[in-house]
Design a binder for this molecule. Structure first.
Ligand code: TRP
Length: 456
């Protein structure tokens, strides 16, 4: 059997640091912004159920595959896939999965940064009291004022990219490890405060719960299922090598199965709690659940504007959304930086500056899709929608599918068994059945049926 690879960039301090960093990557705009708004667009409960099923059947096994590949190779995804493939008697072409991941990371971060910029803008605006006493209609208009103004969007997008670049340039250990230790628990507590507000200040908590959990299967379309699966990948940071890169820094003795389960459960809880905080407010104010990307930015500020201490809570809340976004953004660009640094000996600073500039430029497309390019459409989607669809619903599932096949069929069983270190063979075989057959099949079936429906 191959000798253990040496860690190129050191390892996390403890198993918990890995959990916090990976949870920091997983918990972000996907949970607090995207999950509520797509749940609203695709009609609620049935969509949520499909999403939960995808987390369990597809997400968790694939996350285990990513971590084990990363930890075994101890390198960035491009080299990890290539090296392990050759070592297992297969072709180096597997490194293409790593390349696709790097591209997906750039594309995602380009729009992610623009949306995170909204959160920064709201932190400042609520902090200055601009939302005190506003009603639902006014918050809608204020959101429109922001998105129709390219200059404002570019300002906040730039700021967010600069913050991301600073942390990346300083290396993930110090910046990331320390910030997630404080920020993740704090975010969780604040979300609970928001739910508390939803329960006590609106009489719509039941309606919100019903919307989230009562399944009306008549609303479930093929596209909704594809979006639910894509979101499972997006929210767990899967399919592009982010978790693989973090796995490369994971201590040897930590258990992969238990760790991954913890991350997936925390991530899912945050999404559900965010939904429980937002929908009652939406219904209580007669807002539209299917309002799209602006949902979080219209419903919550209105609540903060009218609650006692709302100015402070609102500021802290959007600050934490921004920071949750930051700890995710880092993981979108770290694989590319790790590759250049490890493979080509470029300095971390140079790599960071170049990649951040590319991502920043791409982000302008998203900025303009909310204003001057809002009518420029392909397949009925503007630039932002197109990027979102292409990455979350095509590239990530495809990457995940290949990663799963790689871990299940290409890597030697003994290598995987050793890496997962599962005492319980039933568990190991369950994972392996999922990685080899169940997860790839689920992804394929959803792909094929959606395409079939789209063209028939
Ligand atoms: N999971 C993050 C969120 O929900 C976004 C994210 C970070 C991501 N890294 C990723 C998505 C890698 C896909 C792939 O906000």
């Amino acid at each position: 059997m191959a000798e253990a690879h040496k860690a190129v960039s050191g390892t996390w301090a403890t198993r918990w640091t890995f959990i916090l960093a990976a949870t920091g990557s997983a918990v972000g705009l996907g949970n607090i912004w995207k999950f509520p708004y797509i749940t609203g667009e695709y009609g609620g409960g049935a969509f949520v159920l499909v999403y939960l099923a995808c987390i369990a059947v597809v997400g968790i096994p694939i996350m285990m595959s990513e971590v084990l590949i990363g930890r075994h190779a101890r390198r960035n995804p491009i080299n990890a896939m290539g090296d392990l493939a050759v070592e297992s008697g297969s072709t180096r072409a597997w490194s293409l999965v790593g390349w696709m991941g790097v591209l997906a990371g750039f594309l995602i971060l380009s729009f992610y940064s623009v949306i995170a910029g909204w959160a920064l803008n709201y932190t400042a605006d609520i902090g200055m009291g601009l939302f005190n006493g506003v009603n639902a209609k006014q918050t809608g208009e204020m959101f429109g004022d922001l998105t129709s103004n390219p200059g404002r969007l570019i300002f906040w997008h730039s700021l967010f990219m600069i913050l991301t670049a600073i942390i990346i340039a300083r290396g993930i250990h110090k910046g990331l490890e320390n910030s997630v230790r404080i920020m993740m628990p704090a975010l969780f507590v604040l979300l609970l405060v928001m739910v508390g507000y939803s329960i006590t200040s609106t009489d719509k908590f039941g309606e919100g719960l019903k919307f989230l959990f009562a399944f009306d299967f008549s609303k479930l379309t093929g596209e909704a299922i594809l979006v639910a699966m894509g979101h499972a990948f997006f929210t767990l940071s899967l399919g592009m090598g982010a978790i693989m890169t973090y796995g490369a820094y994971m201590p040897k003795q930590a258990s992969i199965g238990g760790t991954v389960l913890t991350i997936a459960v925390l991530d899912t809880l945050v999404a559900l709690v965010a939904g429980m905080a937002i929908f009652p407010i939406v219904f209580a104010n007669g807002l539209e659940a299917g309002a799209g990307p602006g949902l979080l930015f219209v419903s919550l500020p209105q609540a903060f504007g009218s609650m006692a201490g709302g100015q402070i809570f609102g500021t802290i809340f959007f600050l934490l959304v921004s920071i949750a976004a930051l700890s995710s953004a880092i993981s979108l660009i770290e694989p590319a930086v790790a590759y250049i640094v490890q493979q080509h000996n470029v300095s971390r600073l140079t790599a960071t500056i170049c990649f951040s500039l590319i991502v920043w430029l791409l982000g302008l497309g998203t900025v303009f899709s909310f204003n001057i390019w809002s009518e420029v459409k392909l397949f009925d989607k503007n630039f932002f929608d197109l990027l979102d669809f292409l990455t979350a619903n095509i590239m990530l599932p495809l990457g995940g599918l290949l990663i799963s096949i790689f871990a299940g069929w290409i890597l030697k069983r003994s290598v995987v068994l050793n890496e997962l270190a599962m005492q319980n063979l039933v568990r190991f075989n369950t994972w392996r059945a999922a990685a080899r057959v169940l997860s790839p099949l689920a992804v394929l079936v959803i792909f094929v049926t959606t395409l079939y429906k789209a063209f028939s």
